[in-house]
Design a binder for this molecule. Sequence first.
Ligand SMILES: NC(=O)c1ccc[n+]([C@@H]2O[C@H](COP(=O)([O-])OP(=O)(O)OC[C@H]3O[C@@H](n4cnc5c(N)ncnc54)[C@H](OP(=O)(O)O)[C@@H]3O)[C@@H](O)[C@H]2O)c1
Length: 260
Amino acid sequence: MKLLDMFKLTGRRAVVTGGTRGLGLEMARGLAEAGAELIVASRSEEHLAAARDELLAAGAPCVEALTADLMTPAGATEFCEDVLRRFAPIDILINNVGGRRVNFPTEDLPLEDWQRILDLNLTQAFLCTKLIGGAMLPRRRGRVINVSSISGFVAGKQMRGRSYETSKAALAMFTKAVAADWAPHGVTVNAIAPGTFLTDANRRWFADRPELKTEIEATIPMGRLGEPREIAGLALYLASDASSYMTGSVIVIDGGRLLW
Ligand SMILES: NC(=O)c1ccc[n+]([C@@H]2O[C@H](COP(=O)([O-])OP(=O)(O)OC[C@H]3O[C@@H](n4cnc5c(N)ncnc54)[C@H](OP(=O)(O)O)[C@@H]3O)[C@@H](O)[C@H]2O)c1
């Protein structure tokens, strides 16, 4: 097979959690352009409807847009069971949902917030991997891609809420451990660790505090934040046959941020 043909996803079905905005939408768009059938999930009907139109326009032969709240283990389990009941078999799973959400120093961080952020970043990714990824094992083929963060390697200077760093680091290690278990079964498990990208939430944050954007840019050798579209090629590589010999890798994409 020619190299560029290995990136084609015709006939493959992909689930992208939180595939309606930000990095998730751009990863889903990359898969759509390669011909994948898509299932995207998020909380807002409005975001889902807009994403569905965009992904069909990008080339996905079909798009299922599911309302789901993955913040709780019960919500994540219900989502996975629904996906498997209605849309199995799934070839590609991108566990993209996550976020920091709280900004308290550890000495003031309520246990409930700690638990909530671990559930949002780690427990739901475990459940989706277990249920949707686990269903790939008998077919001896599949791709699981977890979205970690460079915050899994370094503590953020500008914001607190250390449950975020902790959960992203744990997600990276979970990726490696499961990759080892599932390698003999033909299912690869990798992670993407993004630096700071210009997503809507970050744009709002920088609109309130423009000095922070300048401060963060000064820590990045490339001197700028990532555009969400710049993550799509890496997601497509990991989702496709082109990455057939890669498993258990946590790939940093950060404009060189971790070099300094
Ligand atoms: N942006 C960055 O600079 C950056 C850097 C490092 C790592 N990351 C990681 O990359 C991932 C995506 O980040 P992002 O900045 O693109 O996030 P975002 O702009 O906040 O988008 C998150 C997506 O997830 C959905 N979502 C959020 N909470 C959900 C929930 N409880 N249940 C179901 N869907 C939910 C959102 O849709 P609804 O609002 O409709 O639910 C949206 O589609 C996260 O895991 C984040 O930690 C981001």
